[in-house]
Design a protein around this ligand. Structure first.
Ligand code: ADP
Ligand code: MG
Length: 292
């Protein structure tokens, strides 16, 4: 396309709240064959809320929440914020913790009042030798309801399951259907567990998804699809998504997302809505048509 028609396209996109940082991305957007969407904060609102606390070998819900929130106070993960907020809402005061450690894609650990605390997914519990017994069934029931269950252990013993829910943005489904109507294969990518991912994908009208993807493997998924001669669009909001956004043929960042994601992407969806994707593709097609 001529520099002039690209400029016009960039302007048109901007009117729709789609900020295009490089003209080349605008031209590639119309050729996207696969769109990868991150789950949390991209398809969903990204502000999970605590919905369930199921006690196991522990008598008191308030203490569980106090310990879990004290530990999570050291983390910036959206799941951590949900726990801290829930404690705050109940007027629970946070305690000092030591030896805090975040284990990427799995959870967090630390010490509080002489107790060893562990909070995260089933992989984390397995890796630290914490038995979850038939509590995995309770976790699965929560996950089938599109909630994310997390295991909380105190001194090596399961103390509770805490679940959060993160609703899908009201217009995500219609935006995803617009992409599919453009013959684009839509794939959801998440670090969350398989059951929750399946439930969210179903609600979002997405038939293909990869779950339990470690942050470092998100970019590998983009690469794999490129090897299969797909033109890959990637949409995300998190620090975790940055390498995948940079590698994709066109990277789209959610405007309300992290700075790292925005800097790694070619295009920013200022309104946070996934409709910006189909809008960008439409402008791209119009731009290429104008030069012919
Ligand atoms: P995503 O942001 O896509 O959910 P992550 O790779 O950040 O993926 O996390 C994967 C999983 O690891 C989460 O679904 C959760 O079960 C667990 N996890 C990660 N960070 C935390 C945390 N701070 N507290 C509790 N669990 C966590
Ligand atoms: Mg995200």
């Amino acid at each position: 396309a001529t520099p002039m028609s690209v400029m016009v396209g960039v302007g048109k996109a901007a009117e729709a709240g789609v900020l295009i940082r490089n003209g080349e991305a605008l031209q590639t957007a119309s050729k996207i064959s696969v769109m990868i969407l991150d789950k949390t904060g991209t398809i969903t609102e990204g502000t999970p809320k605590v919905t369930d606390i199921i006690l196991a070998n522990f008598s008191d819900e308030k203490t569980v929440l106090q310990l879990a929130a004290s530990l999570e106070n050291g983390s910036e993960h959206p799941l951590a914020m949900a726990i801290v907020e829930s404690a705050h809402d109940q007027g629970i005061e946070l305690l000092k913790t030591e030896e805090f450690n975040a284990i990427t894609g799995m959870g967090v650990e630390g010490r509080c009042e002489g107790k060893a605390l562990l909070f995260g997914n089933s992989k984390l519990m397995a890796s630290k030798g914490v038995g979850i017994g038939n509590y995995s069934e309770k976790a699965q029931t929560l996950a089938k309801d599109a909630k994310t269950p997390m295991y909380f252990a105190v001194d090596g013993q399961l103390a509770a399951i805490i679940a959060v829910a993160d609703p899908i943005k009201p217009d995500s489904v219609s935006a995803i259907k617009r992409l599919q109507a453009n013959d684009i294969r839509v794939i959801m990518l998440t670090g969350d567990n398989k059951e929750t991912a399946a439930a969210v994908a179903k609600k979002a009208a997405i038939s293909e998804f990869f779950a339990e993807v470690l942050p470092e493997d998100k970019a590998n998924k983009v690469h794999e699809l490129q090897q299969q001669r797909e033109v890959v669009g990637m949409t995300g909001d998190g620090i975790n998504d940055a390498p995948a956004l940079a590698l994709a043929d066109v990277g789209f960042a959610i405007g309300t997302g992290t700075d790292v994601a925005i800097e790694s992407a070619d295009i920013t969806l200022m309104r946070g809505s996934l409709h910006g994707l189909a809008d960008a593709i439409a402008v791209s097609k119009a731009t290429l048509r104008n030069i012919k």
